[in-house]
Ligand binder design. Structure first.
Ligand code: NAP
Length: 328
């Protein structure tokens, strides 16, 4: 079997556990394509997996990496949507930190015109997460107030643009004034410094007492009570991250009084058909926005493969705004 280079985790821990290794090159199965990877994107989930607190779901590769860009190198049986040499990007359940990866073709899209092959690696996980949660699950509409926690991260930077593009108000929380400035440049209506300000009181002031129709939350338990307090009547809280813990207490009376809903999702554990439905919507709804330049794919920094540890160190520093990519 042909061999390929991968970046793997030798143990649970910090960036020092990342290691270059050799593995057998995967083969495209039924309905899959083999992608020669040009670049892969870093995500918080990779770090959680590296720390040993977010194991890959059953059946997924132990190699990290949830999104790549590259060219089609081989077609599995019944894969009919692409040709060898096509430039694509793909949403993965794992295996992206590698020279080659096989993916169900339902999870693969052509590169949007105008986006470079390398930079397209930062699109699939972020756009699929933001679109599926804010638009498919929470039904964001024009005129809504949308509170986005962590507005300057990879997810937040895309969420701001899609919310603003839909005619809704993006209000963000960030850990510094400089990150708030980045969010305002991307189209946020207002920013709240979560280290210095009470976000519930600030949101109330910014929205004239209306509250948030939708909240995209990456913090979890630590913010649950405040998030529910910040919701408008009929509001939707979508929890997609647990950086502030998974277990919390909630006064359900407040939730009932607002007829509010709490939604929790993970993209990674969705089955191929659901991921395919999300990718089809991205191609229809978001790809045109990337192609006409109304939504920008905000890449903070690109590292080369041999600098894989530095890339994780930089991600851990929290200094980035937008995506971090590694070119293969
Ligand atoms: N459920 C899913 O399917 C799914 C999919 C993808 C991502 N996610 C989650 O989405 C989150 C963002 O992922 P990412 O890849 O974009 O990572 P990232 O670029 O590192 O972003 C992390 C963000 O979290 C913010 N944050 C941390 N503590 C906060 C607090 N107390 N209040 C407000 N914001 C806080 C950070 O804000 P500052 O930098 O300003 O401190 C930063 O913007 C992660 O939690 C990840 O697990 C979930």
């Amino acid at each position: 079997m042909p061999i390929m280079r991968v970046v793997e985790y030798s143990a649970a821990g910090g960036p020092e556990v990342l290691a270059l290794a050799e593995r057998e090159r995967p083969v495209a199965g039924n309905g899959e394509v083999l992608i020669k990877v040009a670049a892969f994107g870093l995500n918080r989930a990779d770090v959680q997996q590296r720390r040993g607190v977010y194991p890959p779901p059953p059946g997924a590769s132990d190699i990290p990496g949830l999104e790549v860009s590259g060219t089609i190198a081989a077609l599995g049986s019944e894969a009919t949507g692409f040709s060898i040499g096509d430039e694509v990007c793909a949403l993965l359940t794992g295996g992206g930190y590698a020279e080659y990866v096989a993916a169900p073709e339902a999870q693969v899209l052509p590169i949007p015109a105008g986006v470079g092959l390398i930079d397209a690696a930062g699109l699939p996980e972020v756009v699929a997460t933001v679109w599926s949660n804010l638009f498919m699950e929470a039904g964001v509409q024009a005129g809504d107030n949308v509170l986005i926690h962590g507005g300057s991260g990879g997810i937040g930077s895309m969420a701001i643009q899609l919310v603003a593009g839909a005619g809704a108000s993006a209000i963000v929380t960030c850990g510094s004034a400089e990150k708030i400035a980045h969010c305002l440049r991307l189209g946020a209506r207002a920013g709240i410094n979560y280290r210095e300000q009470d976000f519930v009181a600030e949101l109330d002031r910014i929205t004239g007492g209306a509250g948030a129709d939708v909240i995209l939350d990456v913090v979890g338990a630590k913010y649950l009570e405040q998030n529910v307090k910040a919701l408008a009547p009929d509001g939707r809280l979508v929890v997609i991250g647990l950086q502030g813990g998974a277990t919390a207490e909630l006064n359900l009376g407040v939730l009932m009084g607002k007829r509010a809903r709490i939604i929790g999702t993970t993209l990674r554990s969705r089955v191929v058909s659901e991921k395919g439905r999300i990718m089809a919507e991205l191609r229809e709804e978001v790809w045109p926005l990337l192609e006409n330049g109304s939504v920008l794919n905000h890449v903070d920094r690109r590292f080369s493969l041999q600098d894989y540890r530095s890339a994780h160190e930089y991600f851990d520093s929290g200094l980035h705004r937008g995506k971090i990519l590694i070119t293969v």
